[in-house]
Design a protein around this ligand. Structure first.
Ligand code: AMP
Length: 201
């Protein structure tokens, strides 16, 4: 399965991703985490990305897309993965779709974590990350609205989107995510039973 988790900054995307990869025993691909690793190792990519991240801007698509393409080549992603923080714009979604097409794969499910802005600002101010000042938080929320929100329509039109209420405790939210994922598993095993593979050996 290839699952994408989309949510504004502060929606609990990182925490829920961790729970979901443990539950599904799948690989995790977080572009934010990859950038933070590059920044702490002071790589050329890290230096380039840092200028954008510290301003609350998105790192340019070509930088993110090529980092993701390289990362996906690792064997641990061969059986699927959970994307956390990628794609974050329609052009990135198109780049991902092309990349997966080349491997005869496609996105299985897109989960949106829905949380109102007022709750997001409160949560973000309570955490201790270098890019979490009030100014960058507000800017990241604007960037989310302008560049990432259109992705929801993009995936909705393709029948991939499921929206989950991201308010409440971590357990409550995860329970809702689990329900969506379990339903998907049931649907796909039912369609396999009614459409058994025609391959002969
Ligand atoms: P995150 O940990 O997902 O909140 O990402 C932290 C920061 O990394 C974001 O505010 C962006 O500046 C940058 N970033 C992460 N993923 C992407 C992406 N897919 N496209 C562009 N920038 C990204």
């Amino acid at each position: 399965m290839i699952i994408i988790l989309i949510g504004p900054p502060g929606s609990g995307k990182g925490t829920q991703s961790q729970r979901l990869i443990d539950y599904l025993e799948t690989a995790h691909l977080s572009t934010g985490e990859l950038f933070r690793e590059h920044i702490s190792s002071e790589s050329a990519l890290g230096c380039e990305a840092k200028q954008f991240i510290s301003r609350g801007e998105l790192v340019p698509d070509h930088v993110v897309d090529s980092m993701v393409a390289q990362t996906l080549e690792q064997p641990r992603f061969a059986d699927g993965c959970l994307f956390d923080g990628y794609p974050r714009s329609v052009p990135q979604a198109e780049a991902l779709s092309q990349l997966l097409n080349l491997q005869q794969r496609e996105v299985t499910l897109v989960l949106e974590l829905d949380v109102p802005d007022s709750v997001l600002v409160e949560r973000l101010l309570a955490r201790q990350r270098a890019d979490d000042t009030l100014e960058t938080i507000k800017h990241r929320l604007e960037v989310y609205g302008a560049q990432t929100r259109p992705l929801l329509e993009y995936y909705k039109q393709r029948g991939k989107l499921e929206t989950v209420d991201g308010q409440g405790s971590v357990d409550d939210v995860f329970g809702r995510i689990q329900a969506v994922v379990n339903q998907l598993k049931t649907d796909s095993s039912e369609s396999e039973e009614s459409n058994p593979s025609t391959c002969s050996n």
